[in-house]
Design a protein around this ligand. Structure first.
Ligand SMILES: NC(=O)C1=CN([C@@H]2O[C@H](COP(=O)(O)OP(=O)(O)OC[C@H]3O[C@@H](n4cnc5c(N)ncnc54)[C@H](O)[C@@H]3O)[C@@H](O)[C@H]2O)C=CC1
Ligand SMILES: CC(=O)C(C)=O
Length: 261
């Protein structure tokens, strides 16, 4: 079906691969002009080009979400180049393993600076842009099923995702007065480079086979299969569009039936 512009602009962090790429592609197909923001400008550029580049409403933007100034600069660049700002998807994240007895000050600081601080900066930068432009907007961030229930071997990762849900619930209450909704999506086990590395590393840390590593995450999925990134992108499409206007402060599980809240 031919794409029809909807006049709105979205920025997706971590848009250079995996779930972020699928979200950028889906929002572009929905009619958004999209900024594909990533630490890796090469992959972000390839995604933007595959969508037709700036003439077709797709640009690549460099961002390091762990740095406040970088996130603000990425949002400002998006407003200037795409002429508007309506949705931010704080999707970038990392998932190192963190066996409990090996956690250090440095490992806490590193993962929180990207997964959690990056969402704080995204919320702040988007709020400023929405206010400057004189309208509300939608803030959507990546949580995880691991932010609803602790997962083996990834205590710090789970902690960041629980924290993102807490932050987003408060932001939903604080920012509602400005017409801003704040929600998270919580994927299950999605076929991306991040998940492949994680399953292998959990197995290696435990001295077990790669198959065992995958089993730690995939046992008990009611639908009995892994998720495609496009299935997560479909839910983000809903959260970005008008059908979700009366939803705020929620975490939508997209996990094939792993966690039942
Ligand atoms: N793959 C999965 O099974 C699940 C993933 N998630 C979450 O979904 C989000 C995306 O995950 P995937 O696509 O699997 O990951 P991925 O590793 O495949 O892609 C992540 C992207 O984020 C970018 N990135 C990393 N650090 C960055 C930084 N400091 N600044 C800007 N960009 C940065 C990377 O360059 C990469 O393009 C993450 O927040 C992850 O925690 C949640 C649940 C399950
Ligand atoms: C990486 C992740 O979010 C998992 C295992 O749910």
């Amino acid at each position: 079906m031919a794409r029809t512009e909807n006049g709105k602009v979205a920025l997706v962090t971590g848009g250079g691969q995996g779930i972020g790429q699928a979200i950028a592609e889906r929002l572009h197909a929905d009619g958004f002009r999209v900024a594909i923001a990533d630490l890796n400008l090469e992959t972000a550029g390839a995604v933007a080009e595959s969508l037709g580049g700036k003439d077709a409403g797709a640009i690549a933007v460099h961002v390091n979400v762990s740095e406040r100034d970088s996130v603000f600069a990425a949002v400002e660049q998006t407003v200037a180049e795409l002429r508007g700002f309506d949705v931010i998807v704080n999707n970038a994240g990392i998932a190192p393993t963190s066996p409990i007895e090996e956690i250090t000050q440095e490992s806490i600081a590193k993962i929180f600076s990207i997964n959690f601080n990056g969402v704080v900066w995204g919320i702040q930068a988007a709020t400023k842009a929405f206010k400057d432009l004189g309208h509300g907007g939608k803030i959507i961030s990546a949580a995880s099923q691991a932010g609803h229930v602790g997962n083996p071997g990834i205590a710090l990762y789970s902690a960041t995702k629980f924290a993102i849900r807490g932050l987003s619930q408060t932001a939903a209450k604080d920012l509602a007065q400005f017409g801003i909704t704040v929600n998270t999506f919580a994927p299950g086990i999605v076929k991306t480079p991040l998940m492949e590395e994680l399953a292998k590393k959990v197995a290696a840390d435990a001295g077990k086979s790669e198959e065992w590593g995958w089993e730690q995450f995939t046992k008990g999925i009611a639908l009995d299969r892994l998720s495609e990134a496009s299935e997560v992108a479909g839910v983000v499409s809903f959260l970005s569009g008008p059908d979700s206007n009366y939803i705020t402060g929620q975490s939508i599980l997209v996990d094939g039936g792993m966690v039942f809240n």
